[in-house]
Write a protein that binds this ligand. Structure first.
Ligand code: SAM
Ligand code: SF4
Length: 411
């Protein structure tokens, strides 16, 4: 089980975009990936320095993402460097001809703890059209099967938008059959090519949550919902309505299980959100609260990731639920949810505005009842909570656009 740092001093998870190059042409791609590597990508040595800093900061988990991480020949070296520093390492290969059994085996041998593949439709024609390349569905299936054969925990990622809302049950059946340890469901964030992909209404989000909640209650694997923390609000509302006494323990089980089946990587035992337990480093070394919230606070080439994560005004502001504006700011669920900061930024220009895809009107659930869930989750056995206290902090550095800021020199 992964240790959980105090989120004001280190993220639970750091995502490093090792390259933006990718041979797929996905309709929604936040990175607007093209099949050419950028000469200004972080080098191997810079990457190892980043892993060093990340481990020293107290972060337990690093995900090497892309683009397509398989485009880098030094991926195994980077994985080994992370493992040597005590990090748990995961990666998200793209489903292209670079995805071979040999490469997966060599990455496993280097120390990858979990492989994730993207699957966005239960049939080849729809998935391939979405990913822009024929054959990507079959390659995803190959990657998933091979991961299982190699004995590694398997994660499938699925992005939902208006185009596949009616395929939730079929996709759930498919991932169950593949034997996943972890199903990560993303709700579209209108950034990059995703600005053209269409939007979900708040009502459609609630319908999606209802379907996902039904799945989550009946499966053994972890179902995590990314870029829609209001799923947490939905689950807690349902649990409180069903049986208030068991709600804290059930909420912990459904939302915060720290270990997935088969030694898989689990969920953070505390709610992470952009800049709060979560940090993204792009292919040039620029540090952002999330890959879906493109607002750089500085670059690891001249400032340590530790200083940027801890001291950047934007990160400090995002860690303070009381800094949120509008409905999110008034909402009794703001500590447990807080809305997608990325979507708020994408659609309103402010990272602390209300998440426009949540239609909840605050005040429907008594604050005291929400607090029993908060307190109950903290006391839940196996939560690995350390350091105590509220993980937020950082004060409210004033309104306006909080981007920029370049705190601290490099050690
Ligand atoms: C950063 S990507 C990993 C990169 C990898 N090449 C891929 O797409 O599978 C992680 C997940 O984010 C999803 N994603 C990409 N762009 C997105 C967007 N604009 N909104 C929501 N999810 C997105 C991808 O579908 C993928 O499941
Ligand atoms: S209003 Fe904001 S904090 Fe409240 S449930 Fe919706 S997204 Fe979450």
């Amino acid at each position: 089980m992964l240790r959980v740092p105090d989120f004001s001093s280190a993220p639970f998870i750091l995502i490093w975009e090792v390259t933006r190059a990718c041979a797929l042409a996905c309709q929604h791609c936040r990175a607007e990936a093209i099949d050419v590597r950028d000469p200004l990508e972080m080098t191997t040595a810079e990457g190892i320095q980043l892993l060093d800093d990340t481990a020293s900061m107290g972060t337990p988990l690093v995900v090497l993402t892309g683009g397509d991480p398989l485009q880098r020949d030094d991926l195994e070296e980077l994985v080994r460097a992370g493992v040597e520093r005590g990090l748990r390492m995961a990666t998200i290969p793209a489903a292209t001809p670079r995805l071979t059994r040999e490469r997966l085996a060599s990455l496993k041998e280097a120390g990858i703890s979990q492989f994730a593949f993207s699957l966005d439709a239960p049939d080849a024609a729809t998935h391939d059209a979405f990913r822009g390349v024929e054959g990507s569905f079959e390659r995803t299936m190959f990657g998933a099967r091979t991961t299982r054969e190699l004995g590694s925990p398997l994660q499938i990622n699925t992005v939902f938008g208006p185009w596949n809302l009616d395929r939730v049950e079929e996709l759930a059946d498919t991932v169950t059959r593949l034997g996943v340890a972890f199903w990560e469901v993303f709700l579209l964030v209108p950034v990059g090519r995703g600005t053209e992909a269409g939007e979900l209404t708040t009502e459609q989000c609630e319908v999606l949550f209802e379907k996902l909640y039904r799945v989550a209650r009946n499966v053994d694997f972890i179902l995590k919902v990314a870029e829609a923390p209001h799923y947490r609000r939905y689950v807690i509302q349902q649990l409180l309505a069903e049986q208030a006494e068991t709600a804290p323990a059930m909420a912990a089980h459904l939302l915060e299980r720290p270990a997935a089946p088969g030694d898989g990587i689990g969920n953070s035992p505390r709610a992470v959100n952009a800049g709060r337990g979560f940090c993204f480093v792009d292919h040039h070394g620029d540090v952002h609260p999330s890959g879906f919230l493109p607002s750089s606070v500085g670059n690891v080439r001249d400032t340590s990731v530790t200083a940027l994560y801890r001291e950047a005004p934007l990160f400090q502001q995002l860690r303070d639920p009381d800094a949120l504006l509008g409905r999110c700011g008034r909402c009794e669920f703001r500590r447990l949810c807080g809305g997608s900061r990325s979507r708020a930024f994408a659609l309103t220009g402010s990272p602390i505005a209300t998440d426009p895809w949540c239609g909840y009107q605050p005040g429907q659930v008594p604050q005291a009842l929400v607090e029993t869930v908060e307190r109950g989750r903290r006391g839940h056995p196996g939560k690995g909570r350390r350091g105590g206290g509220h993980p937020g902090g950082g004060g409210h550095p004033g309104g306006g656009h909080p981007g920029g800021g370049h705190p601290g020199g490099r050690r």
